[in-house]
Design a protein around this ligand. Structure first.
Ligand code: ADP
Ligand code: MG
Length: 357
């Protein structure tokens, strides 16, 4: 953020504001207030779709550097699970891959993003979302619960079960995401009678208007993707019936507040047990070379050392959903095979793997 907000760019942008009254000072609030000490801080946040146009001299270089994506590039969307090349369950006995989750960030067209939302606009987002999810049927059917209608212990329990977002932290407070908390925030969960735990979930008004996700035990990412794609289509239809849509364009793909989530808005993650491999020198760097990101199993702020890691796609923009899921299938298959090699006492060196990728 600091690098791209030169005094010249700031002087040019400081007199501008979007129709939601969002200024360049609002854009950089999280960066100026908490610096880079926090794990998920990009240091900037768009307040609405217009922010990416009006503050283009700032956002374009940020997006170029973060995603290696130029201001004239087109982003391709492909959410058709039938387009995956290989669809094996990469760990059928769930020995290494404990669970798989794919989440996407989505904005509802015509409404400012959470950092610029008024209380009323936030409630509109919740009302529209509730109408859309109430149409879901079959294995997607479930119930919406507002945070306001939950006890603290119900809230904590859902967080512990990896179903619900965390309470506000320093970053979300300074980014303007927690205004009027918990008003108009909530979660939709389907009722899955097979595993007795919800596997289709929608978060309303956390970091984005909507975070839509599917989560299942084990490593069958193709099945998770299929269910997500179905849910997304149904929600999109619901939005259209309400006179809205997911906000999308050909350059930025799905447009959301945090520039790191532009494009697919998708993080496909697997909780993988890599007790031996993760201890090797160069493990993290190797994952980065493979296009993967490593987090602790309790999410991006987790620093625990359990040997179970959250492995996900590092890229969001400039690659389609199908390409990124394929990369996860290929990458995690490789990581599991390296872990198995280590169990057999074979030599594995992370530093020499995937040097050319
Ligand atoms: P995101 O920002 O993509 O929503 P976070 O890192 O903030 O992800 O994690 C949100 C929650 O989702 C955390 O509770 C995390 O443990 C959980 N989670 C993420 N991936 C998985 C997975 N593959 N299996 C189970 N839980 C997961
Ligand atoms: Mg998160």
């Amino acid at each position: 953020m600091r690098k791209h907000l030169t005094p010249e760019v700031f002087a040019q942008l400081k007199v501008l504001r979007t129709s939601n009254n969002y200024t360049i000072n609002d854009v950089i609030k999280s960066g100026t207030a908490c610096g880079y000490s926090l794990p998920r801080n990009m240091g900037c946040m768009a307040g609405d779709y217009e922010s990416y146009q009006i503050f283009k001299p700032f956002f374009d270089p940020v997006i170029r550097e973060y995603h290696d994506f130029s201001p004239t590039s087109r982003h391709t969307t492909d959410i058709d699970p039938g387009h995956l090349k290989s669809q094996p369950n990469l760990d059928p006995n769930s020995e290494y891959v404990l669970s798989t989750r794919i989440r996407v960030s989505r904005s509802i067209s015509g409404l400012p993003f959470p950092p610029a939302s008024s209380r009323g606009q936030r409630r509109t987002v919740e009302d529209v979302s509730k109408k859309c999810v109430s149409r879901l049927s079959g294995d997607l059917a479930g119930m919406y619960i507002s945070l306001n209608d939950m006890t603290n212990s119900e809230n904590d329990d859902l967080i512990q079960r990896h179903l619900l977002f965390d309470n506000p932290d320093e970053w979300s407070i300074t980014a303007g995401l927690s205004k009027d908390w918990p008003d108009a925030r909530g979660i939709y969960m389907n009722v899955d009678d097979v595993e007795d735990t919800p596997d289709f979930i929608v978060w309303v008004n956390e970091e984005d208007h909507l975070r839509i996700m599917t989560m299942k035990k084990g490593g069958d990412i193709a099945a998770v993707f299929e269910k997500l794609a179905r849910g997304l289509n149904e929600i999109e239809e619901g939005l259209k019936a309400e006179g809205h849509d997911f906000l999308h364009d050909h350059h930025l793909g799905y447009v959301v507040g945090c520039p790191s989530n532009l494009g697919t808005g998708m993080r496909a993650s697997m909780h993988v047990k890599l007790i031996r491999l993760s201890k090797l020198e160069g493990f993290n760097e190797m994952c980065v070379r493979m296009g993967l990101e490593v987090r602790g199993k309790h999410g991006e702020t987790d620093k625990s050392k359990s040997g179970i890691f959250d492995i996900s796609n590092r890229h969001r923009l400039g690659f389609s959903e199908v390409e990124l899921i394929q990369l996860m299938i290929d990458g995690v298959t490789e990581l599991v095979s390296m872990e198995k090699d280590l169990e057999k006492g074979l030599h594995v060196d992370c530093r020499e793997k995937f040097q050319k990728v």
